[in-house]
Design a protein around this ligand. Structure first.
Ligand code: AOF
Ligand code: ZN
Length: 373
């Protein structure tokens, strides 16, 4: 099966449309759809705009006023039309009622409720179905959804900003700002795209960050702070700003957790009940991050941007819990301070952790290296 340049053009447009749902469709996928008539002219398009709302195919169909144009039409859709009744009826059933000639799909939906079922429904109705057009682009665009639906865990990215000589903080502990404002804007765009941003207790104490989206437009992420002892001060920005209800605290201190949930204490100190506290086990004296990820997945968090200090970098890497690295390298030298990547337990070159799918980009004065674990 060969795809034509026109096929590429319309699928590219469907992918661009899908991207407009970024930040708003989780835990569902980004999906875009373009429809052309029998002569190959575009007659409609749409995308999945918001979680729980209409799927991309239905929005594209709804955009077409003259339904007679659908005779012999081609539907380009980035993800296999669904075959299940979820929040909405199955798209494959809606499509197979139409006099379509062809449906072109980038990626088969690995969701067990679909997984080829949509394709079968269309083929049984005599519609020609072709798959795999620009599949890699769609895989990349939906890396959070694909990871979440196949592993049941959130997709985890470590974001690190370091100097040329590998330091994330100066000898006095200061770390703002290693990178320039363009890099910061990129981080804010990520915050708007990831379901949640995660930090550790030390970062919460020393930086008192807000972890909000400010330098770009976008929706605010949920915020997670790992606070093993559950003793962070209640006046931190994360617990007091207007997004306090989007903050999760993960702890392994069962005693403090129970006390916090005590209704009597709640009356005495309402502030301490802001945000949501999740209890997990301890693992070698620390909060069990693996269990934390499972618990957060149940909160429908499909992707987490970790903005870690070196303790969390080490923990995530050593426990094999990170999926992607976003490493900013600023053209600065410190000659001393804190390093991000220490204590990985590696002794020999042969044991070096080798990352894959590496790419590089210049952002303002800084370099961004992206790689997968
Ligand atoms: C979407 N948007 O455009 C397509 C989806 O919870 P529901 O009923 O909305 O169903 C969600 C599943 O439907 C989703 O996980 C994916 O497998 C499939 N396709 N979902 O939200 C869309 N085409
Ligand atoms: Zn659907």
């Amino acid at each position: 099966m060969a795809f034509t340049p026109e096929d590429y053009k319309f699928m590219k447009k469907a992918i661009r449309l899908a991207a407009k749902g970024t930040g708003f469709v989780s835990p569902n996928p980004l999906v875009g759809c373009v429809i052309t008539d029998r002569d190959g002219n575009e007659i409609g398009s749409g995308f999945h705009e918001r979680y729980g709302k209409a799927h991309a195919e239905i929005n594209a169909l709804d955009s077409i006023r003259d339904k007679s144009a659908l005779l012999g039409a081609t539907v380009y859709v980035t993800l296999e039309p669904c075959a299940h009744t979820g929040k909405t009826p199955p798209c494959a059933l809606a499509l197979r009622e139409l006099p379509l000639a062809r449906v072109v799909i980038a990626l088969q939906d690995p969701n067990p409720k679909v997984n080829g079922g949509g394709i079968s429904l269309l083929r049984e109705a005599g519609i020609m179905v072709e798959t795999g057009l620009l599949e890699e682009e769609v895989r990349k665009q939906n890396e959070f959804f694909l990871h979440y639906i196949t592993t049941g865990k959130p997709f985890v990215t470590l974001k690190v900003a370091q100097t040329l000589d590998g330091y994330i903080a100066a000898p006095d502990g200061s770390s703002q700002w290693i990178t320039g404002k363009e890099a910061r804007a990129r981080v804010h765009a990520w915050r708007a795209a990831y379901d949640a941003v995660l930090i550790g207790r030390n970062t919460a104490l020393t930086d008192n960050p807000r972890l909000t989206v400010r330098h770009v437009q976008g929706r605010q992420p949920r915020r997670i702070v790992i606070d093993g002892p559950l003793s962070l001060p209640e006046n931190l920005n994360l617990f007091t700003d207007q997004f306090e209800d989007r903050t999760y605290v993960v702890t392994h201190n069962e005693k403090a957790f129970r006390e916090k949930g005590d209704p009597m204490l709640r009356m005495l100190s309402p502030r301490s009940f802001q945000g949501q506290t999740l209890l997990v086990h301890a693992r070698e004296g620390h909060t069990d991050l693996n269990q934390a990820l499972s618990v957060l997945a149940r909160e429908q968090i499909t992707s987490i941007l970790v903005e870690p200090g070196s303790d969390l970098v080490r923990a995530f890497i050593r426990q094999n819990l990170a999926d992607k690295l976003e490493l900013f390298v600023a053209p600065k030298l410190l000659g001393g301070g804190t390093r991000a990547f220490i204590g990985l337990g590696i002794e020999r070159i042969a044991e070096a952790l080798k990352l894959s799918r590496v790419s590089m980009e210049t952002i303002g004065e800084d370099i961004l290296i992206t790689a997968y674990f």
